[in-house]
Design a binder for this molecule. Structure first.
Ligand SMILES: Nc1ncnc2c1ncn2[C@@H]1O[C@H](COP(=O)(O)OP(=O)(O)OP(=O)(O)O)[C@@H](O)[C@H]1O
Length: 662
């Protein structure tokens, strides 16, 4: 395994891998036959269907997620609608801000995501430079051997070569590519002469493109709505009910799994950037006072994480800091225990799925990159042949969402806790003389009262000072109103002491958000390999608990006596909740095993002539192709223990006698 910290993408032969996924129908482009038969264009891209093994794999990942998070943390799960009224997303800021910057090629009509355009062109130029440098070395080594060829190469080499300052600038831009806003990307595109790679045409300056799918509800089409781009908002609007359900106990977390929709500008890289995907989200509500501690932080303190922090990226570098989460929180690289706790739990979850730990890093968002609601954010990124891919986003959304929904609806989305000791609170209070206010200001009197009531403590304090000095204050009710003057006979502002019996606060929200499709695809790349010297014999080394099918049941040959034994085994496994498949096709036993290696099936049971005589069967393990022989009961018991993770294959081998090797 090369040092993955310095890699920008995984060296990986995608051709046989993709052919395996296609052949075994893990997933497929939606409406594929229409794509071929009609003029289905790029606007219908980014839609995928999962086939049988893909579906089972996805279900097992979701099941593992529920057990690892919802069950372990006693989270409150919700299942909410995907259709969401416009007002909700206006309030949350998505209508205004949930957008990516997009460039148009005015000649071909291609639409390109501006940051991806800059990234791919600069990466291409750096790649060209790398190749040029290695060709130059090769040329030097072969000097004089083939002068014509070397001359040609020299011309190409020159064209691809970058001078050192340019190379350094490109590397710095790429390290912080997510930090540029639209005008900054526009400036880079112009200055660095970045063009549409498909046509080499210049592109128009970037404009924002909202990623939400708009629709309407009801026959009148009057109620505008959106397909949700995240599940989070429904969890926030249900906050009060969840808090009550939780008997007003804090902290707590809600969770939701469901489809999300984003009208991506340019879907690409298979399942990694699609327009409809499964999202599993947690909203953990925590008291902001007391440093966002987490009571189970001790349990994860020593979990080691590979971190790429903000400072490192701003310095144009990609070196990872490998440290325990306890240390990262202590040094304030990760802001608080709750965020740290979830980063560690995310790592443990991905490890359980079979993700390679050398190909996982946590990258902190740069300031401009963060979503409009976030105050800190770390992405769990997995290294794939497409580069480092964000698979889980862990954001500290602070009080943003609950505050905006509370303000818009008037619903108190807060926690109220009785105080053990009443608290003395000093505060500024304004008193209006309503008997004089009404006759003087008539219809404006109520607006003035509301405006005074809405003044913050700081505003009241400064108004009190003005009143004392100038014996009047001036108030602007709205842009269309002329200023209103209130003199000391109408208003007094003084400091009073009040006893408070409850504490009221808006919880902060820490949100880990999991893109299940991205995790599934990256995991498949991580567990894929092929048998020595034979690309056609691919294997998916998925852990037994995650593998789509756990057991392959095969008869050694087409003997009718074998089938009843297979059926009994299949029934027993089914009763234990373990998925199995009988393969009694005419293919050789080796071919049948290979087919199942490609599906990631971890175990195979073979029924042969011995089985008919003494009831014993063989049990085969996928990765090392080793086999043991035992009674049917012994084999079923071993499978149960292996799938539940109670035993390893080595444990089984130490108990049961080995059987001949394939
Ligand atoms: N178009 C997509 N296709 C598949 N999964 C996605 C897509 N967009 C987001 N996700 C998944 O949803 C998770 C949460 O979404 P989030 O808003 O944090 O992503 P994002 O920052 O917009 O992603 P990106 O920067 O890659 O567009 C991501 O970590 C990712 O796993």
């Amino acid at each position: 395994m090369p040092d993955t910290t310095t890699l920008t993408s995984l060296p990986f032969d995608r051709t046989p891998f993709e052919s395996l996924l296609k052949r075994r129908v893990f997933f497929t482009e939606s409406f594929e036959i229409y794509r071929k038969a009609t003029n289905f264009n790029g606007d219908n891209k980014g839609l995928y269907d999962y086939g049988p093994p893909g579906c089972a794999l996805q279900a097992n990942i979701v099941d593992a997620w529920r057990k690892h998070f919802v069950l372990e943390e006693d989270m409150l799960e919700l299942d909410c609608t995907m259709l969401t009224p416009e007002e909700v997303f206006k309030t949350s800021g998505h209508v205004e801000k949930f957008a990516d910057w997009m460039c148009k090629d005015p000649i071909t009509g291609d639409y390109l995501r501006a940051d991806h355009l800059v990234e791919s062109v600069l990466e291409g130029r750096l790649d060209g430079d790398r190749r040029a440098r290695s060709l130059a070395i090769e040329k030097e080594e072969k000097a004089g051997s083939d002068s014509k060829k070397n001359k040609l190469k020299a011309k190409d080499v020159e064209a691809m070569r970058l001078d050192d300052p340019t190379k350094q600038e490109y590397e710095e831009i790429l390290a912080k590519i997510d930090n540029y806003d639209g005008p900054e990307l526009g400036e880079l595109i112009k200055r660095l002469n970045i063009r549409n790679p498909n046509s080499n045409n210049p592109v128009l300056p970037p404009i924002p493109f909202n990623l939400m799918f708009k629709t309407s509800i009801g026959p009148s089409a009057a109620a505008s709505a959106y397909l949700r781009p995240e599940t989070a908002q429904s969890q926030f609007v249900n906050f009060r009910k969840l808090l009550e359900y939780n008997q007003n106990q804090m902290p707590f977390a809600s969770a939701s799994i469901g489809k999300a929709f984003r009208n991506e500008i340019a879907p690409r890289s298979g399942l990694l950037r699609v327009r409809e995907f499964l999202l599993a989200e947690i909203e953990h509500f925590v008291d902001p006072d007391g440093g966002k501690k987490h009571e189970k932080f001790e349990e994860v303190r020593e979990v080691e994480l590979r971190l790429l922090d903000r400072e490192t990226q701003l310095a144009g570098q990609t070196d990872l800091r490998i440290m325990m989460i306890g240390e990262a929180v202590k040094q304030r690289i990760v802001d608080n225990e709750t965020l740290g706790y979830f980063l560690a739990r995310v790592r443990l979850f991905l490890q359980k799925l079979g993700v390679s730990m050398e190909k996982l890093r946590f990258r902190q968002h740069l300031a401009n990159e963060m979503a409009h609601y976030a105050t800190d954010c770390w992405d769990a990124e997995l290294l794939t042949s497409y580069g480092w891919i964000e698979c889980v986003g862990c954001a500290d959304r602070s009080v943003y969402d609950l505050t905006v929904h509370a303000k818009r609806t008037g619903e108190a989305l807060v926690v109220r806790e009785p105080l053990a000791e009443p608290l003395e609170v000093e505060e500024w209070q304004a008193m209006l003389d309503k008997k004089k206010l009404g006759p003087k200001f008539r219809k404006d009197a109520k607006t003035i009262e509301d405006a005074i009531a809405a003044l913050s403590q700081t505003a009241l304090e400064s108004a009190a000072a003005t009143l004392e000095k100038e014996e009047k204050i001036t108030l602007r009710l709205s842009d269309s109103h002329s200023d209103i003057t209130l003199s000391t006979d109408l208003i007094t502002i003084s400091q009073v002491t009040r006893l408070e019996h409850t504490r009221e606060y808006t919880p902060n929200v820490i949100e880990p958000s999991f893109g299940i499709g991205r995790i599934l695809y990256s995991l498949l790349e991580h567990v894929y390999w092929h048998r020595e010297g034979d690309v056609a014999r691919g294997v998916l080394s998925l852990p037994p608990s995650i593998a789509p099918t756990k057991v392959l049941l095969v008869p050694l040959s087409a003997q009718p006596a074998f089938l009843p034994i297979l059926r009994t085994l299949s029934r027993k496994l089914r009763a234990l909740g373990i998925s199995s498949r009988i393969d009694d096709s005419s293919a050789t036993i080796g071919k049948r095993y290979s087919r199942n290696d490609e599906l990631g099936t971890p175990f195979g049971v073979t029924v042969d002539f011995e089985s008919v005589k003494d009831g014993s069967v063989t049990l085969r393990e996928r990765d090392g192709m080793r086999q043991v022989r035992s009674s049917q009961e012994g084999v079923v018991e071993a499978i149960v223990r292996l799938v539940a993770g109670l035993e390893t294959w080595e444990d089984v081998e130490s108990r049961l006698p080995a059987f001949g090797v394939e």
